[in-house]
Design a binder for this molecule. Sequence first.
Ligand code: FMN
Length: 190
Amino acid sequence: MDDDLAAALADAWARLGRATGERRRTTGRVALASVNVRGGPALRTVVLRSADPAARRLEIHTDRRSAKVAEIAADPAVALLLYEAADEVQLRVEGRAALLPLGPALDAAWAATPGPIRAAYRMPGPPGTAIADPALPPPATDVSEAGRENFAVIVLAVDRIDWVRLVPGADRRALFDWTGGALQASWLIP
Ligand SMILES: Cc1cc2nc3c(=O)[nH]c(=O)nc-3n(C[C@H](O)[C@H](O)[C@H](O)COP(=O)(O)O)c2cc1C
């Protein structure tokens, strides 16, 4: 694939696809950046829930009460970083984020969320709330509807992917940019 831009783009989406889901415990975690209320960068690790190359769309589940949700509402510009140490590949994705509206797609995402994950949406206050005791009693892990109102899906519309692979003597970097409508693809100096 060394000199094939289409293969580099396919590799980028394949990596995003492999990074989806809870089971990727050790590699493939992604970092999501948004713009914080002070106009600065805000970064956090998230689990990628889906990656759709045809729709150029990524999904992340989150707590509606979290800072990132307010940040995205104020400024939808986001970036996402995936670094795979095994073969030294970095993906930097830029795009626009929005919340999935109330409706069947959100209902289906919640329905597919298992009890232990639902527990994350049952915390007694927004993520980042100060607490006196760090060991709050763990929320119930059943599949009841408790926490449903706090569950949100962030949909990231992908505008650019910057793909870098470091291989001694054969470093490669490619940029894929859809901001002008049609895809513009080019190799870059790494
Ligand atoms: C391994 C790992 C995975 C995480 N996955 C998610 C996730 O999928 N969604 C999420 O909202 N927060 C996730 N978090 C927590 C975030 O990193 C962050 O602490 C939290 O969402 C609050 O961020 P905010 O205040 O910037 O909104 C994860 C943290 C770790 C360490």
